[in-house]
Design a protein around this ligand. Structure first.
Ligand code: NAD
Length: 499
């Protein structure tokens, strides 16, 4: 098949734009009007028709092999790097707009295809990444002037970023990674999770359509229709893939770190929550239910276990029940263990979760032990001893263990150990500044929240930008355009200090 050169793509787009004056006469950096967007959308379709008529296939980023995907992204990068920052801003805005229009479709399809989570929570997740993933404004240059002259730092792209995405947040990760990576001036190639390939492939197509609608190059975001572990390996090893962005469990993180490339790895978590005796217990219960049940607990940052001081444990459990959780008794817990675990771990060790129940509604899980609670039930709570497997396992289902502890020292110590040193996420409910500070220091995590769900640490109901690739093992934290940029310095020795 004949490959289209970037210049040919630009020529086609130029011809199409010339026929749609509203998009071609916009001032650089101006936000396109609704009419201009509609006309740009028409231009995309028209460009596709023209290209097809001229014998150029429009791939919308989807190619049969990893090699073809990377080569197409590489060509797109050559074109993209010659474009200005205003073009980049316009492209990112077009992505936000295009994905907003599809947010329900993306969420419904992700929910149906993976069978994980809740549709309405996926809508929130997708909206969050569309609106709060930082854009090119993140690349603010830095200037230092002094007696020796001037030094300026700017953020440059790497080229092609190779990304691997999870089944738990398929579209939210693709959209978040695309906005961050493209804002930094790179192209991106995805090897998506095989269990979410249908919606992920369409997501890549729609991203390309939004990019073209803003005059961007074709195939800036690419992927393959049949991803496998082997294709993930090929992508990570491809010579034109400059850096790796891997989001998933321990296996893929290990595989990425074993390559000789720079890898940005967003790995597993097991976020603990401590509730002390100074906490607003009603608030703590309400927010634990909201956070731990969000998308049925499949998000890596969702609360996974609670340590509560004994003096307030009964009160907290009461408020948890009032906040819409179902608190199981000992006998129900024994039955539940047989359902949700394939095998329980040794004391203080993770068990093997039964994948059938990952991301399922709390009501469906309870129905397995004969409790009819319905699909509106958000969370199951089980009081357990600290050595119980549920405490040490990343369960990714809306069943959360609560452990009574004698004092704050023990609570923090257990929280640190249950988190397994992932350095990912942790939370506390407390009005005691000393307790908040001590736990934040001891946890040494990328995201620490106090008096709010861990979701607030993702910028949902909390300050700050969002990311769905929280790179704890490699230290980038909530990834952003700077994470995918090279720092470049210009020094003018003895000059350009103007005061
Ligand atoms: P997973 O590890 O099964 O799959 C993730 C991706 O990696 C998939 O595309 C999969 O095909 C690929 N993969 C898996 N093993 C591989 C290997 N050995 N070589 C190459 N590719 C491989 O994870 P999942 O079930 O899709 O997602 C859930 C996990 O991801 C949880 O552990 C969760 O905590 C973690 N996660 C972390 C973040 C974060 O930001 N830190 C975000 C989302 C999910």
């Amino acid at each position: 098949m004949k490959r289209i050169r970037p210049q040919e793509i630009q020529d086609i787009l130029g011809r199409v734009r010339a026929r749609y004056p509203k998009t071609s006469t916009a001032a650089p950096g101006a936000q396109p009007s609704a009419a201009a967007s509609a006309s740009a959308a028409a231009a995309v379709n028209s460009a596709a028709v023209n290209s097809a008529a001229a014998g150029h296939a429009v791939h919308d980023g989807i190619f049969p092999t990893i090699d073809a995907s990377v080569n197409a992204a590489w060509d797109a990068f050559q074109s993209y790097r010659s474009m200005g920052l205003d073009d980049r801003r316009r492209i990112v805005e077009s992505i936000r707009r295009g994905m907003s229009e599809r947010v329900e479709e993306l969420s419904r399809r992700a929910h149906q295809e993976t069978g994980l989570g809740r549709f309405e929570d996926k809508v929130l997740k997708n909206r969050l990444v569309i609106e709060k993933t930082p854009g090119p404004e993140d690349l603010e240059p830095k200037v230092i002037t002094g007696d020796q002259g001037m030094m300026m730092l700017e953020w440059a792209p790497f080229g092609v970023v190779a990304a691997i995405t999870p089944t738990t947040n398929p579209t939210a990760t693709i959209i978040n990674n695309t906005i961050a990576v493209l804002s930094a001036g790179n192209a991106i190639v995805f090897n998506v999770h095989p269990n979410a390939k249908g919606v992920s492939v369409d997501n890549i197509r729609w991203l390309n359509q939004a990019i073209r609608a803003a005059g961007g190059p074709e195939n800036l975001v690419t992927g393959i229709p049949e991803p496998t572990l082997e294709s993930a390996r090929q992508l990570m090893e491809h010579p034109k893939a400059r850096i790796l962005l891997v989001t998933g469990g321990p296996g893929v993180v290990k595989a990425a770190l074993a390559t000789p490339k720079r890898a940005i790895t967003a790995g597993p978590g097991n976020p603990p929550v401590v509730v002390d005796d100074s906490a607003d217990l009603e608030l703590a219960a309400r927010e634990i239910v909201r956070g731990a049940s969000f998308d049925n607990n499949v998000i890596c940052t969702d609360e996974k276990e609670v340590f509560v001081l004994s003096s307030v444990a009964d009160e907290l459990l009461g408020y948890l029940a009032q906040s819409g959780a179902y608190v199981v008794n000992d006998e129900q817990l024994r039955q539940l263990e047989k359902i949700i675990f394939k095998s329980m771990g040794e004391p203080n060790k993770p068990g093997k979760i039964n994948p059938e129940w990952i991301g399922k509604n709390a009501g469906k899980i309870l129905a397995q032990i004969g409790v009819q609670a319905g699909d509106d039930l958000r969370l199951v709570v089980a009081e357990v001893a600290s050595h119980h497997s549920l405490v040490w396992t990343e369960q990714m289902m809306p069943v959360i263990p609560v452990v009574r502890v004698a004092n704050i020292d023990l609570a923090i110590d257990l929280a640190v150990r249950a988190e397994h040193g992932f350095g990912h996420t942790a939370a506390i409910y407390s009005k005691n500044v000393d307790h908040i500070t001590r736990m934040a220091r001891a946890m040494n995590v990328s995201i620490f929240t106090a008096n709010g769900p861990t979701l607030s640490g993702l910028g949902a109901g909390g300050e700050g930008y969002t990311s769905f690739s929280i790179a704890s093992p490699t230290g980038e934290g909530l990834t952003r355009p700077r994470s995918f940029s090279r720092e470049r310095r210009l020094t003018i020795a003895g000059g350009l200090r103007i005061v």
